[in-house]
Design a protein around this ligand. Structure first.
Ligand code: CO
Length: 466
């Protein structure tokens, strides 16, 4: 029977969705060699929020983390998630910066780059795709899945064809909200498979409780790869469990190249990790359950938790329901963007403001930038009324916004050299970290330097006592 490949997400999406990307290297370093032998198609381990979180919370150099994973995972493909022209940040960067980042990602150990644009505007991924191919990487083009009057099956198939024509090696259908139903999965994979010859990957989340049914129908329709998470870090807002998915598919006669005995070893490793995060409160048991809100409101799990956090901070949790109802309205006004970073944050924040302050009484600067065209082309039409309120007669950008940007790395390098003042290296990797997250990267470099100095003086003290 046909082979179904498995991408394991525990090191990226699973921990991003369950524990806000707070898994330090020490939680997985001892299991990497076993994971390498398990027979996964790929390990998703970098990109998305991991880069930001390493610098901001974990005090880890994201590049070093990647090189370390690569040193232990010699055979299995390493995969990352990249937000197209946004890289791993929240706004567009120049083509030069995008090329440098993609090249360095491959050089430091990434094999597969899953590249998406929140609006499925592929002028925003073509530079990253092109550079990935040139650097010898596997470019996985992405269709962000969402439902709306403008996201028809025909439109999705058209997008798939566009990705294949662009030179992508595979296509990922990305259901970040876990709202793809089994029947839609079947119809969608069938429609996409009809028009392209490259492998098709399905990515979903267990949030609404349909994920394994959805995968099964996708498999029946001919999907090549599915994303799963090892069971102790699976379910809820994460991916469905690797073990049970593999078990069911194997029984049905599909060929799955993973070693189930090693899956148990891997899960035994992550069980205490899950326990630790449950105990320290970073893993909230409610995200492990099933929430069907997404089916009604089409709101991804991550957005729900952001919404709760925002309203709690404003002491306005009584407006929760109202905000949930406002969210799809804001999305419609913006021309139905898929709710994925950074659109999910933009729509969420605007919906809360609309409820708390009155509709579009205060328009966020990101929404204004979106209306100006700084994020690319909206899938549908932006409401005329909102356009007028946001732009106040200002003209919209013509063509690709990235082309109006100058190489951010030139200034970043100069700034970083001044800050470092010869104390630490300003490698291209460090310059890229600084370009993407100036304040956070600066603090990280300074903290690392302080640690280094403290270590030296600490050793000196010990020697003196001796
Ligand atoms: Co995801």
């Amino acid at each position: 029977m046909r082979e179904i490949k498995i991408t394991e997400t525990v090191l990226r999406d699973a921990q991003q969705s369950l524990i806000a990307t707070r898994m330090p290297r020490s939680d997985f370093e001892d299991i990497l060699e076993t994971m390498d032998k398990a027979g996964y198609y790929s390990l998703e381990c970098w990109g998305g929020a991991t880069f930001d979180s390493c610098l901001r919370y974990l005090s880890e150099d994201p590049w070093e983390r990647l090189r370390f994973i690569r040193s232990k995972v010699k055979n299995t493909k390493l995969q990352m998630l990249l937000r197209g022209q946004n890289l791993l940040g929240y706004h567009h960067y120049s083509d030069e910066t995008v090329r440098a980042f993609v090249r360095k990602s491959v050089e430091n150990g990434i094999d597969i780059i899953r590249i998406f644009d929140a609006l499925n505007d592929y002028t925003n991924i073509k530079t990253a795709v092109d550079e990935c191919i040139k650097a010898g990487g596997h470019a996985q083009g992405t269709i962000c899945y969402t439902t709306s009057p403008v996201h028809t099956l025909e439109k999705m198939a058209e997008l798939a064809k566009e990705l294949e024509d662009m030179g992508c090696h595979s296509i990922c259908l990305k259901d970040m909200a876990g709202i793809m139903t089994p029947q839609i999965a079947f119809d969608l994979i069938t429609a996409v498979k009809k028009v392209v010859n490259i492998p098709v990957v399905l990515h979903t989340h267990a949030t609404t409780g349909m994920s394994q049914m959805t995968y099964l129908k996708a498999v029946e329709a001919g999907v090549d790869v599915i994303d799963c998470a090892i069971s102790s870090m699976s379910g809820g807002t994460s991916q469905p469990a690797t073990e049970s998915t593999v078990f069911a598919l194997k029984e049905m006669g599909y060929e799955i190249g993973v070693d189930t005995k090693l899956l148990k070893v891997i899960n035994d490793h992550f069980k205490p990790v899950q326990k630790k995060f449950l105990e320290n409160g970073l893993l909230n048991p409610t995200v492990l359950g099933t929430s069907v809100d997404g089916l009604h409101y089409q709101v991804p799990g991550g957005m729900l938790s952001n919404l709760i956090a925002q309203l709690t901070a404003q002491n306005a949790m009584d407006k929760f329901e109202e905000c949930l109802i406002e969210t799809p309205k804001v999305r419609a006004d913006l021309g139905y963007p898929p709710l994925v970073t950074p659109m999910s944050q933009m729509v969420g924040v605007q919906a809360v403001q609309n409820v708390l302050l009155g509709r579009y009484k205060n328009i966020g600067k990101e929404v204004k930038a979106y209306c100006r065209g700084e994020y690319g082309k909206a899938p549908g039409e932006i409401s005329e009324e909102l356009m007028e309120l946001a732009l106040k007669g200002e003209p919209r950008i013509q063509g690709r916004y990235a082309e109006t940007l100058t190489n951010e790395m030139t200034d970043a390098e100069k700034e970083l050299e001044q800050i470092a003042d010869g104390r630490y290296a300003t490698t291209v990797e460090n310059v890229l970290s600084y370009t993407l997250f100036p304040q956070i990267a600066k603090k990280f470099f300074e903290d690392q330097e302080e640690k280094r100095i403290n270590k030296i003086s600490f050793n000196y003290t010990i020697r003196k006592v001796d």
